[in-house]
Design a binder for this molecule. Structure first.
Ligand code: SF4
Length: 77
């Protein structure tokens, strides 16, 4: 499936390539509203700014409770 997103500015940005693998999007341990905000602010727009994505790129283990802003999600154990 093509994950390119047309932008007003005329360039193309891709959705996060790890969206299908990301624990954060799968878990029920975070509020649905938080998940929607994460998708809007990172997964579908600025995934290159996501701390989880950056660790994926470095080949490092991504902690389950790591939020895109590098904070710890306290509801995920
Ligand atoms: S939370 Fe980060 S790593 Fe996970 S799908 Fe969204 S942008 Fe990608």
């Amino acid at each position: 499936m093509d994950k390119r997103i047309p932008r007003k500015e005329g360039f193309i940005m891709y959705k996060c390539p790890h969206a299908n693998l990301c624990f954060l999007l799968e878990t029920d341990d975070i509020l649905l509203i938080l998940k929607k905000i994460i998708k809007k602010m990172y997964c579908n727009k600025n995934f290159d700014k996501c701390s989880r994505y950056q660790l994926y790129l470095q080949g490092k283990i991504v902690p389950k409770n790591l939020l895109p802003n590098a904070k710890e999600c306290l509801t995920i154990k």
